[in-house]
Design a protein around this ligand. Structure first.
Ligand SMILES: *[C@@H]1O[C@H](CO)[C@@H](O)[C@H](O)[C@H]1NC(C)=O
Ligand SMILES: *[C@@H]1O[C@H](CO)[C@@H](O)[C@H](O)[C@H]1NC(C)=O
Ligand SMILES: *[C@@H]1O[C@H](CO)[C@@H](O)[C@H](O)[C@H]1NC(C)=O
Length: 405
């Protein structure tokens, strides 16, 4: 895997930016105000918000999961550098606020720059060290810093202050820690969870105090014991290990703990920062409850398959740890093919690890309606409008050679 494309890409971003940024003036600022709530979104985190960074950082990784058909099938009609069958939560957020889909930072395609950019990298963590994807949250905060100093002359300071910073990470920390086999669930609970929360909190503090960020949307982790991947890898013969929704209790405890600690940290930060400057707005999203609400009564929320992967192979969760969505493999003389279901709309999980476009849409609607969001009126500025689903959008794709130093 090639690494270190970040600096080159940032430079490229700067060059391409020139023509647009120079023109940023009062007139543009007024026009931006037409966008609902925020002029721009900056997104940091992992798979849930990566719109192309992993692809650019690992251009030679032919195995990249998000580039395999049927990824993107529901909305983009082909792979779109996203780990889902369609739009991610960050895409639905951007569209809800009247913006185009976010480009990815390392790609260098910045036509949509004035509406923000995604720094998120699929596979990245908040703190657990994983050498395969060495771009944890703190590294992404450094990219924000670099990005700001690159474009500060061109873009008004107000742009960074009024933008929404969306942070969604943590799930990979727990996946990797548990899957390493070196740690018990209790180890993860006592050592990894507090560290992950501390690292997220530290990143928010850096953005708030050093990098002018004022508006945050902090997204907590969904129940990690409910994904087809974890249900398969940590299957138990003891029925008591499962909760009423069919999820693994012990693993869900990790998410619960993460979210309790993160919510408390965010609360403290909200109080402290608003004393300094009332324009700080830190919103916490309880992803655990959003997903649990669906798991508790799927038909009521429009889903029929809460625990199965749409795209995959193997009973009982349609997840095969060796044959990921879109792949085929010869196992014991027979071909195992991991293909997509015909009705991804009815599934929560797309590929066993990542959620479907349908769930992502559901979650963002919940956020915009203020359900499982603290404070609940964070998006008062948003007035619901039908988003146009009829036309597929072409994702921004890396130009040839982008990311190669
Ligand atoms: C997480 O925080 C600890 C200190 O609290 C620090 O040593 C470590 O480098 C941080 N890790 C990341 C990836 O930010
Ligand atoms: C696979 O096929 C070969 C030859 O056809 C046979 O010898 C072998 O036992 C088979 N293996 C399995 C696991 O079925
Ligand atoms: C901050 O959030 C509160 C909701 O608690 C809202 O009433 C207020 O308008 C927000 N302020 C800004 C500047 O966005």
């Amino acid at each position: 895997m090639a690494r270190g494309g970040g600096a080159a890409a940032a430079l490229l971003a700067l060059l391409v930016l020139g023509s647009h940024a120079g023109a940023y003036a009062q007139e543009d600022h007024d026009r931006d105000r037409a966008y609902k709530c925020f002029p721009a979104i900056f997104s940091l985190g992992d798979d849930w918000a990566d719109t192309g960074n992993a692809r650019t950082l690992y251009p030679t990784d032919l195995e990249a999961q998000e580039e395999v058909s049927p990824y993107g099938m529901t909305f983009f009609k082909s792979p779109a550098h996203r780990l889902s069958d369609g739009r991610l939560m960050i895409d639905f957020l951007a569209q809800a606020f009247g913006m185009p889909l976010l480009s990815s930072y390392t790609t260098g395609v910045v036509s949509n720059l004035r509406h923000g950019i995604s720094f998120a990298v699929a596979g990245s963590t908040a703190s657990f060290s994983d050498l395969k994807v060495p771009y944890p949250l703190l590294i992404q905060v450094q990219w924000v810093d670099k990005f700001q100093s690159d474009v500060l002359d061109a873009l008004a300071t107000a742009y960074f202050r009024t933008a929404l910073y969306v942070i969604s990470t943590g799930q990979n920390d727990y996946r990797y820690a548990l899957q390493s086999g070196a740690m018990s669930v209790a180890d993860v609970e006592f050592t990894v969870v507090p560290q992950v929360v501390e690292n997220i909190t530290a990143s928010i503090a850096l953005l708030a105090e050093n990098l002018q960020a004022r508006k945050f949307l902090v997204i907590s982790v969904p129940p990690v014991g409910c994904t087809p991947e974890m249900l398969t890898l940590f299957a138990s013969t003891d029925p008591l290990d499962y909760d009423d929704n069919g999820c693994l209790r012990k693993l869900n405890r990790l998410s619960e703990l993460h979210n309790e600690l993160l919510a408390a940290a965010v609360d403290r930060m909200r109080v402290l920062l608003s004393l300094q400057d009332p324009s700080y707005n830190i919103t916490f999203v309880d992803m655990y409850s959003i997903m649990t609400e669906v798991l508790y009564d799927p038909p009521k929320r429009g889903f029929s398959e809460p625990l199965l992967a749409c795209c995959g192979a193997k009973e009982p969760y349609n997840f095969h740890e060796k044959v990921m969505c879109g792949r085929r493999m010869l196992i014991q003389n027979s071909t195992v093919l991991a293909s997509a279901c015909s009705n991804p709309r009815e599934y929560i999980s797309w590929d066993g690890i990542h959620t479907t476009e349908a769930f992502n849409r559901y979650a963002v609607n919940s956020i915009l309606e203020g359900r499982y969001v603290l404070p609940g009126d964070a998006f008062r500025c948003y007035s619901a409008e039908e988003t146009d689903d009829s036309t597929p959008v072409t994702p921004s794709s890396p130009p040839p050679g982008a990311g190669n130093p």
